[in-house]
Design a protein around this ligand. Structure first.
Ligand code: GAP
Length: 462
C-alpha cells in the first residue's frame, strides 16, 4: 500500500496522537501537540532508548542539562558563526525559502547542502528558478540565516542575549569534567541525554519532520583518538539495532556518507540514516565523528582544563567523540508511517490498522465488557488491573463490540480482551489479536502468562 501523508496527518489528529499546535488561533509556526496516545508513544520511545543506551550499558551514564546555557557556549561551539542555512526571499509575494532546498527541488539534485550563497544565487539566476509560492522569478540574492532562537535575559549586563539550545549535545560537553570527577566512568564511555532543541527553520514542514521545537536523544561517546573508527562502526551497528527495536524495516533505511561541504562544521565524518518517508528518502538520524572539536574549543574559551588522565597509562589527552543522534519526532513519524495500514477485509470493508510493535504501542491491552451490566464491567475492570503490568491499558464499554475492536486497531492496540456472559461461568475471556484478528479463549488464571509469552516477553526482558 502506498502511504499517503494527508491520510496519516488526518489519522494522527482524529485518533488523538498529534494535533496541530495552537489550532484555535489558526495554528502557529508548524508546531504540534502530542495528544493522549501520542504522548504515551513518545514516552515509550524515550524510556526504551534510555534503557537500551544508558541503563543497560556499563559504559554509559546520563545527564539532564539546561535549555539555556551560557551564551559563550554557542560562540565556542561554532553555532553563532556557522549554524546557518541559506535563504532567499521572493520580492513579489515576500515568501521566504530555504535556498538550497529550492535548488534541489527545481534541478532535481540530491543535495545542494554546502553550496556558497554566491553559487546558489548564480544557479537560481541561470536556471530562472521560480518562487514555489507565486511563480515569480524575482528572488533576492541568497544570504545566510542563523538558525538559533535568541532570547533576552532580564539580568542586565554587557550582553543580555541568550540562545535556546539548537542541539542537546553542548550541555554534555560542558559537564564532561563534572561527570569524570563525580562518577567512576573511564574512557571509552558515553553520556546520554534526552531533551528539547529549538531551530528557527526557514521552511519547516512535512508534518513533524521539520519543526522549530523538537526533541533529541543524543549520545556523546568519548574515546581515545586512535580508536575512533572502531567505535564509530560499533555505534552505526547499534543504531541499526535500535531501528529494529522500534519496529522500522531495515530495508527502508539507507546510509548516506555525508561528504565534504555538506558535513556539519564540527564533523570529520558523518553517516546519515535516511528513511523512506512517504514524501521521499530523508534524514532520520545521524552518527558523527566530532573529533575533539568541542572539548578543545570549550577548553580554550573557558580557560578550564578538560583533559582526561588515563588511569593505566597516565596519558593526559582530550578525548575524541562519536555522536549518535536520534530525533524523537522523526522517530515517531517513521514509526507511524511504517505502522499505518489500510486492509481490505473479506466483506469488502476497509480497516485502518496501526501495526505498532508492543514496545511502541500507546495502549498495550484493551479490556472490553460485552455489556455495561450484569457484573461484566466489574469483572472487566479487575482484569484490566491485572494487565497493567504490561503498561498502559484501556477500558471501553461503549458501542458494538466490532466497532470497539476497530477503534483499538486504529490506535494500534496489540490485544483486546473481551469479557462476556460465559466469563461469569467459565472464568475465561476472549483474547483478540490485532494483526490476525484471530480470537483465543483463555482462562483468566492463565491470562497474564499467556500475554507475557505471546506479546510482551521481549518487552519485559528488554
Ligand atoms: N548534535 C548533532 C545534531 O544536532 P543534527 O543532524 O543537526 O545533528 C540531529 O540533528 C537529529 O535531530 C536529526 O537527525 C533529526 O532526527 C533531528 N532534527 C534536526 N532538526 C530537526 C527539526 N527541525 N525538526 C525535527 N527534528 C529535527
Amino acid at each position: 500500500m502506498k502511504k499517503n501523508m494527508e491520510k496519516i496527518v488526518g489519522w494522527a489528529k482524529r485518533k488523538g496522537f498529534i494535533y496541530p499546535g495552537s489550532d484555535i488561533y489558526g495554528g502557529f509556526g508548524n508546531s504540534y501537540t502530542y495528544g493522549p496516545y501520542g504522548v504515551e508513544m513518545k514516552n515509550n520511545l524515550k524510556t526504551t532508548w534510555w534503557k537500551m543506551f544508558v541503563n543497560d550499558r556499563a559504559d554509559m551514564v546520563g545527564i539532564d542539562g539546561g535549555i539555556l546555557l551560557h551564551p559563550k557556549t554557542w560562540k565556542a561551539s561554532g553555532h553563532v558563526d556557522t549554524f546557518n542555512d541559506p535563504m532567499v526571499d521572493c520580492k513579489k509575494c515576500q515568501a521566504r525559502h530555504r535556498a538550497d532546498h529550492l535548488i534541489e527541488d527545481a534541478l532535481d539534485i540530491k543535495s545542494a547542502d554546502g553550496m556558497s550563497c554566491e553559487e546558489i544565487s548564480q544557479k537560481i539566476k541561470n536556471n530562472q528558478i521560480k518562487c514555489p509560492k507565486c511563480g515569480a522569478t524575482e528572488l533576492t540574492e541568497a544570504r545566510q540565516f542563523n538558525l538559533m532562537f535568541e532570547t533576552q535575559m532580564a539580568k542586565t549586563g554587557e550582553d543580555s542575549t541568550a540562545y535556546l539550545r539548537p542541539e542537546t549535545a553542548q550541555a554534555i560537553f560542558l559537564e564532561f569534567k563534572n561527570v569524570i570527577d563525580t562518577t567512576r566512568v573511564k574512557v571509552p564511555f558515553g553520556i546520554g541525554q534526552i531533551g528539547k532543541a529549538f531551530r528557527n527553520e526557514i521552511t519547516p514542514g512535512n508534518f513533524i519532520f521539520r519543526v522549530l521545537e523538537f526533541e533529541q536523544m543524543e549520545i556523546e561517546y568519548f574515546v581515545h583518538e586512535s580508536e575512533w573508527e572502531e567505535h564509530f562502526d560499533k555505534w552505526v551497528s547499534a543504531m541499526y539495532d535500535w531501528c529494529e527495536c522500534i519496529g522500522l524495516d531495515r530495508q527502508k533505511i539507507h546510509e548516506l556518507d555525508v561528504d565534504g561541504e555538506a558535513l556539519a562544521h564540527y564533523s570529520k565524518k558523518t553517516i546519515d540514516f535516511e528513511y523512506e518517508f512517504p514524501f521521499g528518502i530523508k534524514e532520520l538520524y545521524g552518527c558523527a565523528y566530532r573529533t575533539n572539536f568541542d572539548l578543545n574549543n570549550h577548553e580554550k574559551a573557558s580557560g578550564k582544563k578538560l583533559t582526561y588522565r588515563d588511569p593505566q597509562t597516565n596519558e593526559v589527552y582530550l578525548p575524541h567523540v562519536i555522536e549518535p543522534t536520534f530525533g524523537v519526532d522523526r522517530s515517531i513519524l517513521a514509526i507511524i508511517c511504517e505502522a499505518y495500514d489500510e486492509e481490505e477485509l473479506d466483506d469488502g470493508a476497509t480497516r485502518t490498522v496501526m501495526h505498532f510493535n508492543t514496545r511502541m504501542a500507546p495502549v498495550k491491552v484493551a479490556v472490553l465488557p460485552l455489556m455495561k451490566k450484569d457484573g461484566l464491567p466489574e469483572k472487566a475492570k479487575a482484569i484490566q488491573q491485572q494487565c497493567q503490568c504490561f503498561g498502559n491499558t484501556e477500558y471501553d464499554e461503549g458501542g458494538a463490540i466490532g466497532k470497539r475492536y476497530r477503534r483499538q486497531d486504529e490506535i494500534g492496540t496489540p490485544v483486546c480482551i473481551t469479557v462476556d456472559y460465559d466469563t461469569l461461568e467459565d472464568e475465561s475471556v476472549t483474547v483478540r489479536d490485532r494483526d490476525t484478528m484471530k480470537q483465543d479463549r483463555i482462562k483468566i488464571s492463565d491470562l497474564v502468562d499467556y500475554l507475557a509469552t505471546k506479546y510482551f516477553k521481549k518487552n519485559l526482558n528488554a
